[in-house]
Design a protein around this ligand. Structure first.
Ligand SMILES: *[C@@H]1O[C@H](CO)[C@@H](O)[C@H](O)[C@H]1NC(C)=O
Ligand SMILES: *[C@@H]1O[C@H](CO)[C@@H](O)[C@H](O)[C@H]1NC(C)=O
Ligand SMILES: *[C@@H]1O[C@H](CO)[C@@H](O)[C@H](O)[C@H]1NC(C)=O
Ligand SMILES: *[C@@H]1O[C@H](CO)[C@@H](O)[C@H](O)[C@H]1NC(C)=O
Length: 385
């Protein structure tokens, strides 16, 4: 049904608005006009569909209208930067129940960036499984190679054309220059100038000129772990000499010797009546100290761990849950509410009762007697209070 037929059918008394305005508008006439407008609106909208659904990848062909008639068809096309692959339908129809025939934008696909091949000695992987714009391309290099450039490229829209965010990266062979030379020591393959990935050298210390040997402190084996990066810092060659381990009220039980050099290990125990505070085993470290420090033997039986009583048991710290129960509080509120309701009902009842009584008395006496009655009534009812 159309708008024109709706207004023709309307039961208005004032069919020509121009004539209505000549005389002052009677309210009947105004009512008529409003009714016409209402019926008009009702028919136009009840007979229509709302604007058709919108989509990410497709748009209406032509301008959208505020409403559509039953049976009206609208067509879609893919938005720019998308392209259509059949056979998904690209139209919808306003149905009898004022809904649109279901339609999707599944037929529209994003344009893709140019395919980038795997770099030499590496891989290029579309991280989201697609070459479409809005997605990523991830690069990685084979073992022994490292990446030069961006690890992630983004397929982006530049204007309406999808383009990569950067140049593709390269994979280069991992190489290391020789590791650092050290004092009082040397390493193997010292004549080689370029080391490849995972190639290793081993450090050793020179013989010491004095009575104490040099100790190699740190890692003796280093390998080329990354581009110009060795697996660890080079070691040191130095004399390590820890002080003779002395334990008062205790004795050494292992690791006896005259000299205590790098990594020497000593164990202790205390004599009867004393207990050990600290570690029973210590090691001579590279800086010529015992680690952990040499323990102590303290008098008495070994104390068990003292346990603090929980805070809530201390006097003066009442348990916050004690003394005030939430359930009690709730019960109190409910009781209070019931009380208020009872009082309200009572007051209402009394008022109603008084009112009814007044009416009963007023009927026979009439208006003239009212003030006299009113006075009488208040004084008469006073005593029971
Ligand atoms: C409207 O009618 C169509 C069939 O004509 C039906 O598939 C659809 O579910 C109906 N929609 C509603 C909201 O009733
Ligand atoms: C694409 O994949 C990457 C890596 O898995 C992820 O971080 C990113 O959120 C994905 N992008 C989209 C749009 O799904
Ligand atoms: C045990 O040794 C530690 C660390 O040296 C020290 O802090 C602690 O006070 C010692 N205990 C006793 C009971 O002396
Ligand atoms: C000696 O080295 C150890 C770790 O091996 C460290 O904890 C200690 O502080 C060092 N002591 C000195 C005096 O440098």
């Amino acid at each position: 049904m159309t708008a024109s037929s709706a207004s023709r059918k309307a039961p208005a008394r004032c069919q020509e608005p121009a004539r209505c305005q000549e005389r002052p508008l009677p309210s009947r006439c105004l009512f008529g006009i409003i009714l016409v407008a209402l019926v008009f609106l009702l028919f136009t909208y009840s007979d229509a569909c709302d604007p058709p659904p919108t989509f990410e990848a497709m748009q209406l062909i032509g301008k959208p209208k505020p409403y559509y008639e039953v049976g009206e068809e609208v067509k879609y096309q893919c938005k720019p930067a998308y392209f259509y692959i059949p056979p998904i339908a690209m139209y919808t129809v306003c149905e009898l129940n004022h809904t649109w025939l279901p339609v999707t934008d599944d037929g529209c696909f994003r344009l893709t960036c140019s395919v980038i091949k795997d770099p030499a000695n590496g891989r290029a992987v579309p991280a989201n499984g697609t070459w479409e714009w809005g997605y990523q391309l991830h690069f990685s290099c084979n073992e022994g190679y490292y990446l030069i450039g961006k690890q992630i490229l983004y397929c982006e829209l530049k204007g309406l054309r999808p383009q990569w965010s950067d140049k593709p990266p390269r994979c280069e062979k991992i190489l290391c220059s020789p590791p650092a030379k050290i004092k009082n020591g040397k390493y193997t393959f010292s004549d080689i100038e370029i080391f490849e990935y995972l190639e290793a050298v081993t450090y050793s210390c020179d013989p010491a000129p004095g009575p104490d040997e040099y100790s190699l402190v740190g890692e003796s084996l280093l390998y080329c772990a990354g581009s110009g990066v060795w697996s660890s810092a080079p070691p040191e060659c130095k004399v390590v000499k820890c002080p003779f381990p002395v334990l008062k009220n205790g004795r050494q039980i292992s690791g006896f010797g005259k000299k205590f050099s790098y990594k020497a290990m000593v164990m202790f125990e205390c004599i009867e009546g004393f207990y050990l505070n600290g570690s029973d085993t210590v090691v001579c470290e590279g800086n010529s100290t015992w680690q952990p420090p040499i323990p102590e033997c303290l008098k008495g039986p070994k104390p068990t761990h003292p346990t603090k009583p929980p805070v809530s048991n201390y006097p003066g710290y009442p348990n916050p849950r004690e003394g005030f129960d939430f359930d009690e509080f709730e019960a109190l509120i409910i009781a209070l509410m019931i009380l208020i309701i009872i009082v309200a009902v009572a007051i209402t009842g009394v008022c109603l009762y008084k009112y009814l009584q007044k009416r009963k008395k007023r009927k026979p006496e009439g208006k003239v007697e009212y003030t006299a009655y009113h006075h009488k009534a208040t004084t008469a009812e006073a005593p029971p209070k």
